[in-house]
Design a protein around this ligand. Structure first.
Ligand code: GDG
Length: 470
């Protein structure tokens, strides 16, 4: 039987602890549909790295340790100090070094070597995210003929930005070794098509490399909508959520983000500060709960940001609190998915204001969690991928303009129930149109060039592929 062979930087192995990250949420949902192998970094740094396999039901998880050098150059270095900021339009934060890029290529080669040991000729390979852009090239160089797809979870900026990255010409064109390259939105796909046209002179979204054709497409990720709604309905009655409700005078507003500069948390707090300054009538009647698990704390920009967010939250509380109310509750620890679902449902509004985001699942989870009879309001950055699907129901804002975000908070708090209900109905319909249960199969059928996805047929097709050109 053919398998889906997934590879991503991190692997959500069974029994792994709480980890906040959109990619894992998406892949876990996808894994339910087909037998999969999932390979990636174990998260451990070892002097003598090992690779081990865990089996659960039809799925296998293969995790490989990295050395300190790999971690510094591939993960902290090139992936998170060059690709992450640049792909989020932040050239100002990129710190390029050739050494890191060499480490990035070396770890990609290492993953390719590990894959070659276990890959079967009929496996369908699906590579995820910016850590593994050159993997298909490394696999083709090792003689692999399988179908290989790539999905980028984060944005693809316009060529004017990408081309500022030193050595981009050695990295981005390597995406042409995939059979299909998927993006979150049409805008991302169009940006990459324009890059290819400018740099390689390719006229369209289908790019041939010998017998092989590389295609581009948009495959916006979704969530398990109905499952999440059910979870939130139960979770709102749990002790934690009831305690939070009781301890908050008035209405709750929520933000949930990994601690990351792309999420715009400081500017968001400043917008809330403007709202409080402009609307004394809301003092004591709204509390903003910001849940922000730490991520990538070893990287300097992240540690700096933690300080800035702490200071901003402290300043707001210092300026506006009284004995019975603090306007901001800022927590750094992760919560269970159930707790998050219940807190979303208990909140009258969500502030989701990234400066740039591939999609943003928090926006989608917040909508799914609402009580349709008395729903909350989603305040959403126009620069999140989710804005393309949520135009009709969300209050779309420019996160760089704290006054306009402050005005949206005031509008959300005062919004009459009928308007909240009609906006929520539009958002929920958009969620159902693009449920995550369909996402994997949409991508995989596009990868195989078939109308619908059937694993057996895909396995047969995968075996009959012509050898790729060298
Ligand atoms: C990348 C792209 C794209 C957060 N805190 C906790 C927690 N979370 C969960 C959320 C949500 C996920 O983590 C975060 O997903 P996002 O999509 O918002 O953001 P990234 O992690 O940056 O994800 C993004 C995504 O990949 C998928 O393609 O949408 O654009 O950047 O599910 O609920 N989960 C738990 N505790 C927490 O405290 N359990």
């Amino acid at each position: 039987m053919a398998r889906i062979f997934i590879i991503s930087n991190r692997v959500a192995t069974p029994h792994a602890g709480l980890h906040a990250g959109g990619l894992e949420v998406v892949l876990k949902a996808t894994l339910k549909n087909h037998p999969c192998v999932w390979l990636g970094w174990s998260g451990d740094i070892k002097r003598h790295p090992k690779t081990r396999t865990v089996h659960q039901g039809d799925n296998s998880f293969i995790v490989s340790d990295l050395t300190q050098e790999d971690f510094e150059e591939y993960y902290s270095g090139f992936a998170n100090r060059v690709l992450w900021p640049i792909l989020h339009y932040r050239l100002d934060l990129a710190e390029f070094s050739r050494r890191d890029m060499t480490g990035y290529m070396r770890v990609n080669d290492h993953f390719a070597d590990e894959m070659v040991k276990v890959l079967k000729p009929d496996d369908i390979v699906w590579v995820h995210d910016y850590h593994l852009i050159p993997l298909a090239r490394a696999l083709r160089a090792r003689g692999l003929h399988n179908r290989i797809g790539f999905f980028l979870h984060i944005p693809m900026p316009p060529p004017e930005i990408i081309t500022a990255m030193p050595n981009h010409e050695n990295l981005l064109p390597s995406l042409c070794h995939y059979d299909l390259v998927g993006f979150q939105t049409d805008n991302d796909a169009a940006n990459f098509a324009r890059y290819l046209a400018n740099e390689l002179g390719t006229p369209s979204r289908r790019l041939g490399t010998g017998d092989r054709v590389m295609r581009l497409g948009a495959f916006p990720v979704g969530i398990e909508t109905r499952t999440f709604t059910r979870l939130a309905r139960r979770a709102v009655k749990t002790e934690l959520v009831l305690k939070v409700r009781e301890s908050v005078p008035g209405m709750l507003m929520i933000g949930v983000d990994r601690l990351d500069y792309s999420k715009g948390i400081t500017l968001r707090l400043e917008a809330y500060e403007r709202f409080l300054a402009a609307h004394p009538e809301w003092h004591g009647k709204v509390t903003y709960l910001q849940i922000t698990p730490r991520s990538r704390s070893q990287i300097k920009e992240y540690a700096d940001m933690e300080q800035t967010v702490n200071q901003t939250a402290g300043r707001i509380n210092g300026a506006f609190s009284d004995a019975s109310w603090s306007p901001v509750r800022y927590v750094n620890r992760p919560y269970s998915r159930t707790a998050l679902a219940g807190l979303y449902r208990a909140a009258r509004a969500a502030l989701v204001t990234p400066l740039r985001d591939g999609m943003n699942l928090v926006a989608k989870e917040y909508v799914a969690a609402q009580d349709a009879a008395d729903p909350g309001v989603l305040i959403l950055s126009r620069f999140a991928g989710a804005a393309a699907e949520f135009r009709d129901g969300a209050l779309l804002v420019n996160p760089y303009d704290p006054d306009s975000v402050g005005a949206a908070i005031s509008r959300a708090m005062a919004m009459p129930k009928d308007e909240r209900k009609s906006r929520h109905a539009a958002l929920y319909a958009a969620l159902l149109r693009n449920d995550i249960s369909k996402w994997g199969d949409k991508f995989l059928s596009a990868l195989m060039g078939t109308k619908s996805f059937n694993l057996e047929e895909a396995g047969r097709m995968s075996q009959n592929l012509p050898a790729p050109p060298h």
